[in-house]
Design a protein around this ligand. Structure first.
Ligand code: PMV
Length: 336
């Protein structure tokens, strides 16, 4: 019997991936850029057991048995087995995969990114594969490829039709910008209204704006944001991050029928960030929203205490059935 356990953290995109050129292989229409949170924050944990005694493959997610008949899981497993050493005795043993997230799943908090990054890392370890396997994690959930590395990570869309060059690479380790913090404001931890897979497909089919974003807006933003990270220029980094989030949600609005992810609480947070930055006469906090109403704030350590008081004033922590910011996770995370 072989047992492998891995932990992988969530990554938060500052330049978002939205739209695929290949649905099966999950090849994106634009490059994307993110920060990976530290291991002690929002993480997925996966244990894989390979045993000759197992009669069939089993997969458990957050304590519930799932079907193993899942195309993305099958694609990852097939690819990992294809590059593994064929003489490994356990290559054909059945698997028991158990995965858990320590935060809400499928609520627009990048759970699938951490989940697939974790599972592919565990599979690679199980089958003794060395080298980059981010392109395999990508086949599980696109953004998962970025959680394969710590710090600041670029996912290059690549140009080959087999997706082998659609990979993630670290552009700077977390230690490069040790003052950087992330605050996640959980506005709603329920499952998101539309899966990102369905929504991005609809955007590709119906949004003219998306073509402009992918071809003209994102390439410039990626370049400028990498430069800002390298120079530790928070002012520019924050401006790009906020503009990019707004551009992404404009695409969601331009999708037909529209995908509305932000709610009133999200807009209150956006207004609070802009008011605070204006009061400070500089960008001290940046917001970004994925496919859900939950806000992720990037800010430097020196702004954390003050901005937490602002948020607690504007949106007093309360729990009224999930549609209000709950106040619980207001503790800053570091990048790993
Ligand atoms: O990897 P997916 O299919 O969960 O899509 C993620 C899309 C966004 O979270 C909205 C953006 C991103 O780049 O993480």
């Amino acid at each position: 019997m072989k047992v492998v356990t891995c932990i992988a953290p969530v990554n938060i995109a500052v330049i978002k991936y939205w739209g695929k050129s290949d649905e099966d292989l999950i090849i994106p229409i634009n490059d994307s850029l993110s920060g990976t949170l530290s291991m002690d924050t929002m993480c997925a944990k996966t244990t894989i057991i390979a045993s000759p005694e197992l009669q069939e493959n089993i997969f458990w997610l957050n304590g519930k048995e799932q079907s193993f008949d899942n195309k993305r899981l099958a694609n990852c497993l097939q690819e990992v087995k294809q590059i593994a050493d064929k003489s490994l005795p356990h290559l054909n043993w059945k698997l028991s995969i158990k995965s858990e997230n320590n935060f809400p799943t499928a609520a627009g908090l990048a759970s699938s990114a951490a989940g697939y990054a974790c599972m592919v890392t565990a599979l690679a370890k199980l089958y003794e594969i060395k080298g980059d396997v981010s392109y395999i994690a990508r086949m599980g959930s696109g953004s998962a490829c970025r959680s394969m590395y710590g710090g600041w990570v670029l996912w290059c869309k690549g140009s080959s039709s087999d997706g082998k060059d659609s990979i993630a690479k670290q552009i700077a380790p977390a230690a490069h910008w040790p003052e950087m913090r992330v605050i996640v404001l959980v506005v709603n931890d329920e499952k998101k209204k539309y899966s990102s897979t369905d929504a991005m497909k609809r955007s590709v089919q119906t949004s003219e704006l998306l073509k402009h974003r992918a071809n003209h807006v994102v390439p410039k933003m990626v370049k400028a944001c990498i430069e800002a990270i390298k120079k530790k220029d928070f002012e520019t980094f924050a401006e790009i991050t906020m503009k990019e989030s707004n551009s992404f949600h404009a695409i969601c609005q331009d999708t037909y029928p529209p995908c509305v992810y932000l709610n009133d609480t999200s807009h209150t947070i956006i207004a609070a960030v802009h008011a605070y930055n204006e009061f400070k006469s500089a960008n001290k906090v940046a917001y970004t929203f994925d496919a859900g109403p939950n806000a992720v704030l990037y800010l430097l350590e020196s702004s954390v205490d003050e901005f937490i008081s602002v948020i607690n004033y504007v949106l007093p922590p309360m729990d009224n059935n999930g549609d209000y910011y709950k106040g619980l996770p207001v503790s800053p995370s570091q990048l790993s």
